[in-house]
Write a protein that binds this ligand. Sequence first.
Ligand code: UDP
Length: 460
Amino acid sequence: MTRQTTELAPGVFDVDVVPVALERLAPLLSPERVARMRAYAAAGNELLGGRTVWCVNSTARGGGVAEMLHTLVAYAAGTGVDIRWLVLGGDPEFFAVTKRLHNRLHGVAGDAGPLDAGARATYDATLARHRDEVAARVRAGDIVLLHDPQTAGLVECLRERGALVVWRCHIGLDERNAHTSEGWAFLRPMLEPAAAFIFSRTQFAPEWVGRDRLWIIPPSLDPFSQKNVDLSAHDVDDLVHRDGLVVEGGPLPREGRAVLQVSRWDRLKDMAGVQAAFAEHLGELPADVHLVLAGPEADGVADDPEAAEVLGECRRQWASLPAPARDRIHLVSVPMDDLDHNARTVNALQRWATIVVQKSLAEGFGLTVTEPMWKSRPVVASAVGGIRDQVEHGVSGLLLDDPHDGAKLVEALAWLLADPGRCAEMGRQAHLRVQDRYLADRHLIQYVDLFAQLIAKGDA
Ligand code: UDP
């Protein structure tokens, strides 16, 4: 596991990478897959020679990108690759602009603030402080993987440094609208010099990214991380029923069944919509079913400035519900001070839940769908973005065509809750789907293919 961070320069952090042997995945894979994984690991090392691979993003904790990097970087290091992970800090104004960009790329206005020259100046002011520090560490020929809008402003200086620069975007919308156009118009001038672009699905890529520079690489999860490792029934019980987790509602029930959504407190995850649907259609669900909405402590994710506001809205909404709904809805805030403990708690909640929901209004990929699927939980999720790739409707979960339709959500829950056999079979299929598509071997193989192309082009 990777854990410690060291501040290399003001606002530039190095995340300590503790290598993990890729071989530990072997028992989960077919012999053919193991052979392919080993061959690619060896080829990747040879290909990279003395080059360093740099991953750069804006938070080491909270959210899918940090989650994925913790394990992928560790596995890559375990194959012998010289890989480093830098996290760039920023002031609240910078993160207000990048959250605005995040929202626009998901097709919504967000805080409705402008993406004008003033916003660009705010954005540049933070990145200007980091550019020299990052560029000074990167050598010509190194590969730099920049993640999400927070890092777009580094492409040009790293290109000038002679690095092979890839920009990976974890967010997006299948359709285009005025908001996505505005977001891309802001980012495009900074991104143009990138050697390659990675998106989680083809539909997310703006049309100006030519097919020759476009790579589609979805995330993966690690079955052995604290987030996903098997837990005993005793551990699940201890973690779920620990004091101090619930911020609204009674203690999590020891009897009865739970429907769970785990998310950052982000409006696009629509925790409020899940709560409203559950409360409004309470009578359509069996009386032993509770709803649990769990997210990180509201100030625990550095690059997510809206979290406290969104959690506050959910708490006020909870307080305004009739007593029978309040008795069966619990808002949970998972402490972020100890990341392993945070991960184990989320793990336990996902294992404890009978069904996991992800009612996102937009979603880049949604590890909060992959994680319960791995744990053989049936999921009910909006048919948006990367969730559509993960869940085959009716086989490995249920998809909701209209993410705003709370009545349909409850209908799907009621249908599943009525038949434990159906839940178990869907959970089984969900696990197989993740095993097939979303483990690190596939992910690293795709990276080796990308590096081979980059290096071949770079040397041409
Ligand atoms: N997560 C967590 N603690 C929480 C809430 C979320 O560790 O209290 C994790 C969750 O388990 C998942 C990640 O944050 O691994 C969220 O990733 P996802 O791709 O679902 O969405 P994102 O937050 O990147 O939009």
